[in-house]
Ligand binder design. Structure first.
Ligand SMILES: C[S@@+](CC[C@H](N)C(=O)[O-])C[C@H]1O[C@@H](n2cnc3c(N)ncnc32)[C@H](O)[C@@H]1O
Length: 257
């Protein structure tokens, strides 16, 4: 682990480790089979093309996106720096031969140069402590022409319409009680971490595009998250349906030149 941000990274790791057992219970984390899995998998399939490819999944957490990549027939290295998160993922995916778990720092993986055809991460970029160095690290790991897929969002500033959804969620919380699995139990700690992060004021594609370009990435493209949100709404209760309207989410792809 890189020493310069040791305290912040330790805090981030401890936060996620403590959330590992209930992480899948919070809406938006577990990816149910059916329309929602199909919607998350579509951009992955489009990016990777025919199997098998060597795919590095960064910050795999409890292994939900891992399943989608693996089920397409690819060879997956699923990395996370929280042993507690990896333990949940390992238990879910026991016995899968094309899947390797790796306890490592996504900002400094120690993996060999040009060893992957693609890198995929969901909900990691917002929590990077050194984004510029990290994008250069990801560039180094990809073979020429290799691709990066980022699922992420601006978790700091609700959309204009999202503010109304947020108010309705607070009202539901007051009437039926808060959903303690949805960040609530640790929200003060979450807020303190966010304040210390480079993207703590919110992650927008326009902020990371120049950083990716200066790391050497080309063909940077944005794709709508809306098909995923629509699929999530199909089986969600009212409070969780409202959650899909609160924040601006995006899917970004690019290519190593
Ligand atoms: C919001 S969770 C997302 C988990 C998973 N990607 C998903 O979408 O279900 C964030 C994950 O990132 C991991 N993480 C955060 N910073 C990391 C880093 N520098 N290196 C490796 N893992 C990291 C945490 O341990 C946690 O599992």
């Amino acid at each position: 682990m890189d020493g310069r941000n040791f305290d912040l990274k330790e805090e981030i790791r401890d936060y996620w480790s403590r959330r590992s057992r209930t992480f899948d219970l919070a809406f938006g984390h577990r990816i149910p089979a059916g329309p929602e899995a199909d919607a998350w998998q579509r951009p992955i399939r489009d990016l990777l093309g025919p199997a098998p490819k060597r795919v590095l999944e960064l910050a795999c957490g409890t292994g939900e996106v891992t399943r989608l990549i693996h089920d397409l027939g690819h060879d997956v290295t699923a990395l996370d720096f929280s042993e507690a998160m990896l333990a949940v993922a390992r238990a879910k995916h026991a016995g899968k031969t094309r899947l390797r778990f790796l306890l490592a720092d996504a900002e400094n993986t120690l993996e060999p140069d040009q060893s992957y055809d693609a890198i995929i991460c969901r909900h990691l970029v917002w929590t990077l402590t050194r984004p510029e160095e990290t994008f250069r690290e990801w560039f180094r790991l990809l073979r020429p022409g290799g691709r990066l897929l980022v699922f992420d969002g601006d978790w700091a500033t609700p959309k204009f319409t999202g503010r109304a959804a947020g108010l309705l969620i607070s009202l539901i919380d007051r009437i039926i009680g808060p959903d303690t699995n949805y960040d609530g139990a640790m929200s003060e700690r979450h807020a303190a971490i966010m304040n210390a992060l480079p993207f703590g004021a919110g992650l927008r594609p326009a902020t990371i595009e120049p950083l990716l370009a200066s790391a050497g990435f080309r063909d940077i493209a944005l794709h709508s998250h809306e098909p995923i949100a629509r699929a999530q709404r199909r089986n969600a209760n009212l409070r969780n349906r409202l959650r899909t309207f609160v924040y601006r989410r995006f899917i970004l792809t690019c290519r190593r030149s």
